[in-house]
Design a protein around this ligand. Structure first.
Ligand code: C2E
Ligand code: MG
Ligand code: MG
Length: 684
């Protein structure tokens, strides 16, 4: 133990040294190494030069007296424990010094080795714990977290600076107040488990501010116990988590909403649905789920651009929202698909009412880029509690019903019905099979001859596609063409048809048959393909088929519905030198006057008006059409001719060409070739 002894009286100093030695020998202190000086000035010089564990100072020295003595030593070595020595009559002053920071005092003449040893040891220890306390107090004060200390009854005892910064409360305002309370009573609004004896708690709480508002905090509370394990205090530290909460909320919003429209997304929809369904189960009422698909969205997106498409979706979302109650959910599922969940319905009809409203508002024009754009909607509805009791089922069924609404002309709504399910299952398998059919070369063409009723033999053939399905056999086009069109597969398949037919026509010529006109059917989707004329030109060049031998058949409805586009596309096709035929004429709302607008070469009278030519009225119509075609310099073909009577009638009316089972069914190319020779006799 290194001791600085400041004592001007040599006798007193000697006595202390002896007592120290004695204390050491009795094992009360470690070996004393004493530096003795006789004044404060000398003491300070020593302190500067060396480290000491403790200072023993006499209070009356030649260069200082009393409190001043202590203070000067203390300033020289603030971390050094100090024990003062004083005479009998100075005891009051010694106590003063202890209050000012000295660790202990001794009264001269009353000191023995035991008392001295104990005083030194305690002084050192006391200084150490004082240091620690000072450190803790500083940490408490500078902490960024708000900290409060309460007594065992959770009444506030003290707070730190951060507490004041965060809450606006000063210590005087909160001292004695409860830490917790309902509403405004306490600082924190949260019932805490300490009441049931817990020693530690952490979690979110609401903290009240002096101005009256409140904010969320993360609160950490620890009980402080005394030696016998009784809680004497609680220390609560908290940090402001307002920003964190805001971010959290934002993230939650993003995860649950569609960014474009701000509507709930599929995830939130499923949540809401679960909720609505649970309620329906309890109250025994219905929930309707609607799937809504915009009918012409893709067209708008493609022609006006994505920005306009986005705007349209936002407007559509807004209109949808306007069709339902506050409590109902409107969600965007992606693309142009929306879903609506209607809760606590009394009947199906309630859902139908909303569906009608939706069709109505969606049918109104949308103002986009100074244009009025029209898109309609197709709506599928499934009722929970009626159609299904499983959530995933309801969604799927609404989807199926929506698909049927689309298939049956769009701009309408359909309730789910069980037979739809079967149909859509079939469709799904069919679609998968169809996608593979082209590469697996499962499509085949059959050819049906068209003959001159006047005896001129075969003029041409029509190529008709079939699907040689591994299980179902030869599938007729009506069963898969619509699906090819829906999926867009009709484009590559249609091209395959044209190429194969052209090749066949050339092959027959090479075999020595007369040049035959090859008629090929084209779907609406193909006509919309920008590069159709180029593709056709390519096929002609590639196969070597003379353009005037290729006749492209388009139905009346295709041409009429897309009048402007059709005129342009047909013009470009005509420029290649190919022929254009109007198929199935007489089935739709045929406008004869309108025909003049289209660059067509051939009119194909639909089987419907041929079948009954034996009846006077239909005969008159068919006759008139043939005459008109002749006047317009169009060639005429009668389709679906099955009887000799029909044939005779058509010959009398001078129809240019006849096609039908009476002459021949559509046949495979080999079979057809064999037929060629004999036909001349049969017809002639
Ligand atoms: P379509 O172009 O009007 O073809 C005539 C249809 O009438 C053919 O049916 C043919 O087999 C049938 N038919 C011919 N003669 C008679 C008859 O005397 N009586 C009756 N009842 N029917 C007769 P198919 O082959 O089933 O084709 C149906 C439709 O499928 C075609 O009508 C056409 O619109 C479409 N189609 C066929 N092949 C293709 C193709 O390659 N591409 C496109 N886009 N459509 C095609
Ligand atoms: Mg046809
Ligand atoms: Mg036809």
């Amino acid at each position: 133990m290194r001791i600085l002894l400041v004592e001007d009286n040599p006798g007193d100093a000697r006595l202390i040294e002896l007592l120290l030695q004695e204390a050491f020998e009795a094992g009360r202190i470690s070996s004393p190494r004493v530096s003795r000086v006789g004044s404060v000035a000398e003491g300070l010089a020593k302190l500067e030069a060396e480290d000491y564990d403790i200072a023993l100072i006499d209070l009356s020295l030649p260069d200082a007296h009393g409190r001043e003595t202590y203070e000067r030593i203390q300033q020289g070595a603030p971390d050094l424990p100090v024990v003062a020595m004083t005479g009998n009559d100075d005891e009051r002053m010694a106590e003063d010094l202890v209050a000012a920071g000295a660790q202990d005092y001794l009264i001269k003449g009353q000191v023995d080795a035991r008392v001295l040893g104990r005083a030194l040891r305690y002084a050192i220890e006391r200084k150490r714990s004082e240091e620690k306390l000072r450190l803790v107090a500083q940490v408490f004060e500078v902490a960024l977290e708000g900290i409060l200390v309460t007594d065992a009854d959770q009444a506030i005892v003290s707070i730190n600076r951060a507490f004041t910064d965060l809450t606006g409360f000063r210590e005087g305002e909160v001292a004695g107040q409860p830490m917790f309370g309902e509403e405004d009573l306490g600082i924190f609004r949260k019932v805490w488990a300490t009441q049931s004896g817990a020693e530690h708690w952490q979690g979110e709480a609401i903290c009240r501010r002096a101005q009256g508002d409140s904010f969320p905090v993360w609160l950490n509370i620890n009980a402080v116990k005394n030696a016998v394990g009784r809680v004497t205090h609680y220390v609560a530290a908290f940090s402001d988590i307002t920003a964190l909460k805001r971010t959290e909320e934002r993230l939650r919003h993003i995860a649950h909403h569609d960014t474009l429209t701000g509507l709930p997304n599929r995830m939130l929809l499923e949540d809401r649905m679960e909720h609505a369904l649970a309620q329906a189960r309890r109250k025994h009422d219905f929930v309707a789920v609607m799937f809504i698909d915009l009918d012409r969205f893709k067209v708008v997106n493609d022609t006006l651009g994505h920005a306009a498409g986005d705007e349209l979706l936002r407007m559509a979302a807004h209109r949808l929202r306007g069709c339902v109650r506050e409590v109902d959910t409107v969600a965007r599922l992606g693309g142009d698909e929306f879903a609506v969940v209607l809760g606590d319905l009394a009947a199906r009809e309630d859902a139908a009412l909303v569906a009608r409203k939706i069709l109505h508002v969606m049918g109104r024009p949308f103002a986009l880029q100074d244009q009025e754009v029209f898109v309609t909607a197709s709506v599928g509805i499934a009722m929970y509690g009626e159609d299904s009791n499983y959530e995933s089922d309801v969604m799927e069924r609404a989807d199926i019903a929506m698909y049927h609404a689309k298939r049956t002309g769009r701009n309408n709504f359909h309730f789910y019905s069980p037979h739809m399910n079967v149909l859509s299952q079939q469709r799904l398998t069919l679609e998968t099979d169809l996608r593979r059919a082209l590469e697996r070369e499962e499509f085949v063409l059959h050819y049906q001859p068209q003959v001159d009723p006047g005896g001129g033999g075969i003029i041409g053939v029509e190529a008709l596609i079939r699907w040689a399905h591994k299980e179902r056999g030869l599938v007729p086009p009506v069963e898969f063409i619509p699906l090819l069109e829906d999926t867009g597969l009709i484009v590559p398949v249609g091209e395959w048809v044209m190429r194969t037919a052209a090749r066949q026509a050339v092959a027959w010529q090479k075999e020595g048959l007369p040049p035959l006109r090859m008629a090929v059917n084209l779907s609406a989707r193909q006509l919309k393909e920008e590069n159709l004329p180029e593709r056709v030109a390519e096929i002609l060049a590639e196969t070597g088929l003379s353009p005037d031998l290729l006749e492209i058949e388009l139905t009346e409805s295709i041409v009429m519905e897309n009048a402007e586009e059709a005129v342009a596309a047909l013009g470009r096709l005509k420029a290649l030198g190919v022929r254009i035929a109007l198929d199935d004429f007489g089935t739709g709302a045929s406008s004869l006057a309108y025909l003049k607008n289209f660059p067509i070469d051939t009119l194909k009278l639909s089987a419907d008006i041929i079948v009954e030519v034996e009846q006077e009225f239909d005969a008159a119509i068919a006759g008139a059409v043939i005459t008109m075609a002749r006047n317009m310099k169009l060639s005429s073909v009668a389709e679906g001719v099955e009887t000799a009577a029909q044939f005779d009638f058509l010959r009398r009316e001078q129809c240019d060409s006849i096609q039908g089972f009476l002459i021949s069914r559509p046949m495979a190319p080999e079979a057809l070739r064999e037929l060629f020779e004999g036909l001349g006799h049969k017809v002639g």
